[in-house]
Design a protein around this ligand. Sequence first.
Ligand SMILES: NC(=O)c1ccc[n+]([C@@H]2O[C@H](COP(=O)([O-])OP(=O)(O)OC[C@H]3O[C@@H](n4cnc5c(N)ncnc54)[C@H](OP(=O)(O)O)[C@@H]3O)[C@@H](O)[C@H]2O)c1
Length: 362
Amino acid sequence: MSSFNIQVNRKDFHQYKIVKTEAPRVENLGEGQILVKVDQFAFTSNNITYAAVGEVVGYWKFFPVSDDWGIIPMWGFADVIASNNADISVGERFYGYYPMGSHLIMSPIKVKPTNFSDGIAHRQALPPIYNNYINTKTDPGYSKKGEAIQSLFRPLFTTSFLIDDFMEDNDFFGGSTIILTSASSKTAIGLAYLLAKRKAAQNLNIIGLTSKGNMDFVEGLGYYDKVVAYEDFAQIGNTENSIIVDFSGNAQVQENLQGHLGQKLVYNCLVGMVDWTKRGGADSAASNGKFFFAPSQALKRNKEWGIEGFQQRVGKAWMGFTSQVGDWMTVKNSAGALELAALYLPMLDGKIDPKIGHIIKL
Ligand SMILES: NC(=O)c1ccc[n+]([C@@H]2O[C@H](COP(=O)([O-])OP(=O)(O)OC[C@H]3O[C@@H](n4cnc5c(N)ncnc54)[C@H](OP(=O)(O)O)[C@@H]3O)[C@@H](O)[C@H]2O)c1
């Protein structure tokens, strides 16, 4: 059996290669290890951001190959095809963080009927949330039919939930206008959906900043009060205290917004970096903001609400959101290494239609 992965040049993301090898066999497994075959994963700009901040945050360390080449992590489903672990059987299916490739050897620890953690040595210093794998057999939120939506949105919508919660937790920093950049991105849409629900109680004004070509789509969602093109940023009023939630990471957009809002900017929340080539240097305007790292807020709420309380709240919000996703997004399935590779450069360069959710079947 053969296996493949797609490797990206860590210094020039436009260079990539499909690497094919013999798939690992059961005799390659150490004690307690399992071999999984990746079945499907989602591909969004979030995966590109893993590469963009790969050196700083450590995303290249999850599936390491060399100092020059790296494998981008993806969210999806894989099946156990060989097991040296008494607690995990061949045929079990897990949701989690997999390489952009077909196979992975893992060292499960803390195995429970619901989940396990990959205890492989090189992942131990990395944020635990990424090492957690959920067993589909016992996951109450799982359905075969819902796999694509789960792959596409579970990490993104959890982030949307955590930003919304973080803002409410901090009384919106005294702001009433909230400006979301890359307003057509899935994480921004999830946040706009949640903010729209609080709108009346908080007296919020939700503004989406997007590219000209995506304006009709973003307006049609109905979650934003006003949608403005990047170049027309002056159309955003500057009389109310305002918050920026930045998914674009574009230094010029930051400079424009900071200049326009002046003293009315009460909080600048840096979440994403979809426009990764325009992020600017360490002294760019973007660096004035505060980086939002979803796992940190999740940890805070897990402590305060308990893991179950946290999951219940996210689950309730998730049900409402996913019931509406079909109104604006269509899932498109691609298959195999070549179709995955064909999607890679358009995703890297932001040439993807936001109305499509891409799933890759391996
Ligand atoms: N900090 C955290 O913990 C955390 C967690 C989850 C997600 N995020 C971040 O949130 C961001 C959004 O991710 P997503 O997966 O939701 O995105 P997505 O749905 O794939 O977003 C697509 C949109 O992003 C913009 N875009 C994409 N690539 C671009 C490029 N190369 N240049 C310029 N604009 C580009 C375009 O929006 P417009 O036309 O509207 O600009 C495009 O319609 C990512 O940076 C992701 O890493 C952060």
